[in-house]
Design a protein around this ligand. Structure first.
Ligand SMILES: Cc1ncc(C[n+]2csc(CCOP(=O)(O)OP(=O)(O)O)c2C)c(N)n1
Ligand SMILES: [Mg+2]
Length: 421
């Protein structure tokens, strides 16, 4: 760990990691008292990832959590009572007891998109959120998380390619905790570093020790600022370990003892406490005060949650399939002054000119028309088999043999029809 943040930032990182763990510890107790409705997941040992990455975002930025990102919700400003009540299906919870776990969002104030259970589906969704922010000139960044297992879904690849092609201001955190349910990462993907998945999409990636909160924060901060500056999406692989089973029902007996022992000795909070005390950022008194602050906060939040009623039975049918005003008032939230949403106030430059469209020959040597001016001419492509990569002309720079017949300009109906062909 390197010393490079302000004292307050170091203390914040510590506070949120401790809060993250304490909230989850309390929910384990509630689960054992049968007060949690549904499953309970744990981020034990991965707190530095949720906290360090979310702490790199600005207030206006957007995030969408997965099951092990309660720490990110806390950093973004969600109250522990909402997390408790959501897991307890209470009427005062953000979803009024209709949904569980972290399945809630806050589009108005905190800029949180609700999780989607289908692993990977948040990637294209958050790419869209990132693109919308850019279109509106808001200079916002969108972030979401995915596991080692989730990084093998089709939509992970479709989504990341889409983000890359769109140069979306989007940061994806790949939490490699070595397990997906009972499947070890090595049995489901033949890569040493999952960050290498970024290469396929021509985007940058980082690898970071997911148990070192300062390293996680510094890496995420750099990625967020690069994405905000228009450099496109960035993938961060954070290496860590899932210390408990997939959820409370899973004793994870399939995890080798030595593996568990190795990671238990690298607990992110214990490592950080060591760093904080060696850098004189936290003494025993400071630690005690923080513990008391968290204890007091969480017992009040738990009491609030326990005292909240279950949803009234007569509301069970409403809001399941929304049918408008009988369910809730539907009001468009995208009403904005026309000037605000109309280019040129948008930060995106629409570069839709397509030189060489529909002219020349395909690189395969047949007569199929090429679609864009940067495809290699057929003669050149034929010799490629014997040329080294060095002698070959770069694809993007080879001029089209036939001059473009027409330049398609953006903005007209016929232009968009042609561009789509
Ligand atoms: C597309 C899809 N397939 C399967 C599942 C069921 N499922 C939920 S979590 C999970 C394991 C995920 O492992 P990983 O992505 O490594 O995340 P971790 O649980 O380790 O945080 C699976 C298979 C799902 N939710 N979505
Ligand atoms: Mg995993």
């Amino acid at each position: 760990m390197k010393k490079e943040l302000t004292r307050q930032q170091y203390l914040d990182l510590y506070y949120y990691m401790r809060l993250n763990r304490a909230v989850e510890d309390m929910m384990v107790k509630l689960f054992r008292q049968n007060k949690i409705v549904g499953g309970l997941y744990s981020s034990l040992g991965q707190e530095a990832i949720s906290v360090g990455t979310a702490y790199a975002l600005e207030k206006k930025d957007w995030l969408a959590p997965m099951i092990r990102n309660i720490g990110a919700l806390l950093v973004k400003g969600v109250r522990p009572r909402d997390i408790f009540m959501q897991h307890m299906a209470k009427y005062d919870s953000p979803t009024k007891g209709k949904d569980g776990t972290s399945h809630f969002g806050d589009l108005d104030v905190l800029h949180i998109v609700s999780p989607i259970s289908m692993l990977g589906d948040l990637i294209p969704v958050m790419t869209g959120v990132a693109m919308a922010g850019r279109y509106l000139g808001q200079k916002t960044v969108a972030m979401t998380w995915i596991g080692d297992g989730g990084s093998s879904t089709g939509v992970f690849h479709e989504g990341l390619n889409f983000a890359a092609a769109q140069k979306a201001p989007f940061v994806l955190i790949l939490e490699n905790n070595l397990w997906a349910y009972s499947t070890p990462v090595r049995k489901q993907v033949p890569l040493e570093n999952l960050a290498d998945r970024a290469k396929a999409y021509g985007i940058d990636s980082y690898i970071v020790d997911g148990n070192d909160v300062v390293a996680v924060y510094s890496t995420a901060r750099e990625a967020v600022e690069r994405a905000r500056a228009g450099e496109g999406p960035i993938l961060i692989e954070a290496k860590s370990f899932r210390r408990l089973g997939h959820a409370q029902h899973d004793p994870a007996e399939y995890v080798p003892k030595e593996m568990r022992a190795y990671w238990e000795a690298r607990d992110p909070i214990a490592l950080y406490e060591k760093f904080m005390s060696s850098e004189k950022l936290l003494d025993a008194q400071g630690k005690k005060e923080m513990e008391e602050k968290i204890d007091t906060l969480l017992s009040a939040e738990r009491d609030f949650a326990e005292n909240s009623p279950m949803p009234p039975a007569e509301l069970a049918e409403t809001g399941v399939y929304c049918n408008g005003d009988d369910c809730h008032k539907i009001q468009a939230k995208w009403e904005r002054p026309v000037a605000e949403v109309t280019p040129p106030r948008s930060s995106v430059k629409a570069v839709w000119t397509v030189p060489g469209f529909g002219s020349g020959k395909g690189s395969g040597g047949a007569n199929a028309p090429i679609h864009f001016g940067d495809t290699q001419p057929a003669e050149h492509a034929a010799g490629n088999g014997t040329k080294s990569g060095k002698d070959r002309k770069p694809m993007g720079k080879t001029p089209a043999k036939v001059a473009p017949k027409k330049t398609v300009k953006a903005g007209t109906a016929s232009a968009s029809r042609k561009a789509r062909r």
